[in-house]
Design a protein around this ligand. Structure first.
Ligand SMILES: *Cc1c(COP(=O)(O)O)cnc(C)c1O
Length: 387
């Protein structure tokens, strides 16, 4: 039985007529740059997330970059990031000739450990970028408290977490100064190429981001500031306007799939409960734990990834792939071990939780259209390998 890590054709076929109509509409109108589809998406996303302003941009990476530019991150400034994330989280900091400063993750949630942030703050620190990894909120209250105390900005990397709620019900991305999202095809809300969004509760900052998206010119050709071409394509906005109303039901299916994995791993005797942190005979698979599950939230987790940890991870990965089961390591190399960051002082610190995650984590197929039989086959194959 084939179980791909992600099957985008399944989602496309369920919305084919509407999506094709949206694509054709762009061809008919020849309206390619910003315009009504982008504006509609921005309005719908602001409403959906409870944000004051939403600005469509060219990718999740560019969302982070324009966010840092808008808060005036300068060469030599320091920006705190978790050491365990997709490269863009730290890469955008370096691209502005600022310095990413790494912090270890919490071993249960894979998100930045707030208790380890303050020791990394210096008089050069300007911002913190918490990442809501795999589709679960970072612990924002202590992060916001630290930011306030030290007068830092908070840019939320919600690339994997659009619509996710923090424990108090607020959408991630609306808690810090700016929230950043990606519409890369493999995210929960994906377009037909690259796309992204920034949101903010600060009207003035929203206006600044909107101007910076078009090179910083307002009126056109008159520049008080320097921005870039950070525009979201109209064709992508058209696709996203078709998909957005389905996001919650897709997330619900992902949660159901995650619950089924968890149940099957426990029934197979491979795990006792979610969130265990050490391997033993009854816990050969360490299961992810949705920590805000009991907070009466709809989107306490949207499972962009369902990530287990196993001891002989690389051998298991080979075994799964030999059985035509897709799986992936997010992420095999933390920032402090990346070659390009070896010159940074914080690369020399120790990050035991990130190291453990990088060595043991394995993402399993979790997309909404998976069948029960496919999930059973994945767990059976893992059981076979581990016994
Ligand atoms: C995908 C991703 C990004 C980058 O988004 P792109 O749209 O691919 O540029 C940034 N941060 C995280 C955590 C991501 O998962």
């Amino acid at each position: 039985m084939k179980v791909p890590l992600l099957d985008l054709k399944a989602q496309y076929s369920s919305l084919k007529d509407e999506l094709n109509a949206a694509l054709l509409n762009t061809a008919e109108t020849q309206y390619f740059i910003l315009g009504p589809e982008v504006q509609k998406l921005e309005e719908e996303i602001s409403k959906f997330l409870g944000a004051k302003k939403a600005i469509g941009v060219s990718s999740g990476t560019d969302a982070l970059l324009i966010a840092l530019m808008s808060i005036d991150i300068k060469p030599g400034d320091e920006v705190i990031v978790p050491t365990y994330s997709f490269f863009a989280t730290a890469g955008v900091v370096s691209r502005l000739n600022a310095t990413p400063v790494f912090v270890d993750i919490d071993p249960v949630t894979f998100n930045i450990d707030p208790a380890k942030i303050e020791e990394k703050i210096t008089d050069k620190t300007k911002a913190i970028i918490p990442v809501h990894l795999y589709g679960q909120s970072a612990d924002m209250d202590p992060i916001m408290e630290i930011a306030e105390k030290h007068d830092l900005k908070v840019i939320e990397d919600g690339a994997q977490a659009i619509s996710v709620q923090y424990k108090d019900g607020r959408s991630v991305g609306t808690i810090g100064n700016i929230g950043c999202y990606s519409f890369f095809p493999s995210k929960n809300l994906g377009c037909f190429g690259d796309g992204g969004m920034v949101v903010t509760m600060d009207e003035e900052l929203g206006e600044k981001l909107r101007i910076m998206r078009v090179h910083g010119g307002k009126p056109k050709y008159y520049h008080k500031m320097i921005g870039g071409n950070f525009r979201l394509d109209a064709i992508q906005a058209g696709v996203l306007n078709v998909k957005l109303p389905h996001l919650d039901s897709w997330s619900e299916k992902r949660r159901e799939n995650a619950a089924l994995y968890t149940k099957l791993f426990i029934e197979a005797g491979l795990a006792q409960e979610e969130g265990k942190l050490e391997f033993d005979d009854q816990n050969k698979v360490l299961l992810p734990k949705p920590i805000y599950k009991d907070n009466d939230l709809k989107n306490y987790h949207i499972y962009n990834q369902y990530v287990i940890r196993v001891d002989e991870r690389d051998q298991l990965m080979a075994q799964l792939r030999a059985n035509e089961i897709g799986c992936e390591i997010y992420y095999p190399v933390s920032f402090h071990k990346q070659e390009c960051f070896q010159n940074l002082a914080s690369s020399k610190d120790s990050y035991p939780n990130a190291d453990f995650a990088a060595d043991h984590s394995l993402a399993l197929p979790i997309y909404p259209e998976l069948t029960t039989e496919q999930i059973e086959f994945v767990v059976e194959t893992i059981k076979e390998f581990l016994k």
